[in-house]
Design a protein around this ligand. Structure first.
Ligand SMILES: [Zn+2]
Length: 349
């Protein structure tokens, strides 16, 4: 029978019974439907994949911005290194520059930092920041963290501030054994974890010393935390006279000596510092500064990453600082050029 013969179906198969043809047409229809369904599924899968890839790209970019991984930093390094000479291979959206597009070219950035707290005047400092609508970075001491109400840290975060690691007991990392230094850093983060469920994003070694301490680099590497110091030129030295006890002097010193990319060292343990902030912030705003956290500052200035010793020296980095930080080796991970006394270090890769 023709039904069994397997001959191709023809629209007007004169020899076939009508019923058989209908069945064949139905079978054909079913096949088309199945194929259409498969095509549909493939299309949906493709769209989903493209969306997922785009999401991944965006989240990578976000990771770059928040500087949570060392690998993202290394990638940013190489792309910014080559961007001087080669046309960018990536889309504008994925370049490090675009990731910092929130700061238009020519924006002057400044990061106020408060060390050694939380202390007596931390709330007053936060009041001033809130009143003036700006944010800052707090390098806290772990043992102080343990004795401070969690609400203080929550308020910092609510105001857009960042919390940095200033060790557990403000020891000199330079003079500490490896294990002691490592534990000092860890205990500060542990205290923050217990208090607010998150660790610091950057580390500032007490007194700024100990950059050559291996434990500092190992800890920063293990925990994706940057190591930074501050800008000597704009630092009013608020712990001693003439700044100590003189809010006007403190404010004016910072206003007069700040430059683009400045990281200002202050302490929330002095009333005169807390009292200086309204005037200081107003003066800096008048000069066109945008207030950022330390991580934002580092990210916004990533173009100068990937320096070698020679390049760093040509940019004016101090030889002795380089030697202390990276004895004998290349300056991988230097985040920022020395300029007007700025000293910042990224974790060594
Ligand atoms: Zn300190």
């Amino acid at each position: 029978m023709s039904y069994m013969s397997g001959r191709p179906v023809r629209p007007s198969g004169s020899g076939n019974p009508k019923r058989t043809m209908t069945a064949q047409l139905r079978a054909l229809g079913n096949t088309v439907a199945v194929l259409a369904t498969i095509a549909m599924v493939l299309l949906v899968a493709f769209v989903w994949m493209v969306t997922a890839i785009n999401k991944q790209k965006k989240s990578n970019k976000a990771a770059d911005t928040s500087a949570t991984t060392s690998s993202s930093v290394v990638q940013a390094d190489s792309s910014s290194e080559t961007s001087d000479t080669l046309p960018p291979e990536t889309t504008p959206e994925s370049t490090p520059e675009a990731a910092h597009a929130s700061f238009p070219e020519g924006t002057k950035l400044i990061a106020l930092t408060f060390d050694d707290g939380p202390d007596k005047y931390t709330s007053q400092v936060l009041d001033a920041l809130e009143r003036n609508g700006v944010k800052a970075t707090f390098y806290v001491i772990g043992s102080n963290v343990a004795g401070t109400d969690a609400a203080v840290f929550q308020r910092m975060l609510d105001l857009g501030c960042e919390i940095g690691n200033h060790t557990w007991s403000h020891v000199s990392l330079r003079d500490s054994e490896y294990d002691v230094a490592y534990n000092e850093l860890k205990k500060c983060d542990d205290a923050l974890m217990e208090k607010i469920g998150q660790k610091a994003t950057t580390i500032r070694p007490p007194t700024g010393q100990g950059l050559a301490q291996d434990a500092l680099f190992q800890y920063s590497k293990d925990n994706h935390e940057y190591v930074v110091n501050w800008d000597d030129v704009s630092c009013p030295a608020d712990w001693q006279k003439p700044a100590l006890g003189d809010p006007d002097y403190t404010a004016q010193f910072v206003i007069d000596n700040a430059s683009d990319g400045t990281m200002v060292l202050l302490h929330d343990s002095h009333q005169s510092t807390a009292d200086s902030l309204d005037k200081m912030i107003a003066g800096l705003k008048e000069k066109g500064y945008t207030f950022v956290t330390v991580t934002e500052l580092l990210e916004a200035r990533s173009a100068s990453m990937g320096l070698t010793v020679d390049k760093a020296l040509s940019l004016g980095w101090k030889q002795e600082l380089l030697e202390e930080a990276y004895p004998g080796g290349p300056v991988y991970g230097v985040r920022y050029a020395y300029s007007a006394g700025k000293m910042m270090f990224e974790k060594r890769s």
